[in-house]
Write a protein that binds this ligand. Structure first.
Ligand code: CA
Length: 235
């Protein structure tokens, strides 16, 4: 097949690299693997993969530098594979332009879901089709054009700010959005520390949308990083 999606895996831990490559090939993806950051950068340029799985702790080059070098010229989807559980690392990688992250240990289904989301988002960005069609997931519907939010067909009244937050997360559904990204989208890049105001708004949003705000189904918290909206089921 000529049109197989190609995944470049940059990971120096051989068993994790093999696990990902085997999983992906079983799903019909083509894989290229390397354990070195520099080689990963040059393979990205020479092989033009469709998506990158990137370990942060590499022997020759920090994963963050790989992201920096690639983002200077390409918007290829990058999913960071990290053993580091420190939120700061994840936030830094996302702020540098990574699309998402997955924390070791992870299973095959989680890996595949992340890849599908990142690929779909990349395709939407390229085609400019993300807006327009309503977002749907488990009874929640967001009509961006009519600015209408319904849960189980019942209209939900959101304030201007709440709608801005919800529609931003829905437009990037399935992907984690950092607190900073949300805040600068809603209040602008020069907003002061609005973390607390964001949390207050999120509590109000969940009270309006979720049947049990303590166990949200639609907007999930990624502790210390940001929020992730449930995957759009509308396609
Ligand atoms: Ca490593």
């Amino acid at each position: 097949m000529q049109n197989k999606v190609t995944v470049l895996i940059i990971e120096d831990e051989k068993n994790i690299c093999d696990f990902m490559a085997t999983t992906l090939r079983a799903q019909g993806y083509k894989t290229i693997t390397t354990g070195l950051g520099r080689e990963g950068v040059s393979l990205t340029a020479s092989q033009c993969p469709d998506i990158l799985l990137l370990d942060l702790g590499l022997p020759d080059l920090d994963g963050m530098d790989v992201i920096r070098q690639l983002r200077a010229y390409t918007s290829i989807p990058i999913i960071v594979i990290s053993a580091r559980t420190q939120e700061r690392e994840k936030v830094t990688a996302l702020d540098l332009g990574a699309d998402d992250y997955i924390t070791k240990p992870f299973g095959a289904s989680e890996l595949m879901a992340r890849i599908r989301t990142a690929l779909r988002h990349g395709a939407q960005m390229a085609a400019g089709t993300a807006a327009g069609r309503p977002y749907r997931s488990g009874g929640l519907c967001i009509d961006f054009e009519r600015r209408l939010v319904t849960v189980e067909e019942k209209p939900v009244h959101l304030t201007q700010v709440e709608f801005k937050i919800v529609s931003f997360l829905a437009a990037h559904s399935g992907r984690v959005m950092t607190y900073d990204a949300i805040i600068s989208h809603v209040w602008g890049p020069y907003a002061d520390d609005n973390n607390r105001i964001l949390r207050v708004n999120m509590a109000n949003i969940r009270r309006k949308l979720e049947s049990n705000p303590a166990e949200p189904r639609f907007i999930l918290t990624e502790i210390g990083v940001g929020y992730r909206m449930a995957e759009d089921e509308g396609r």
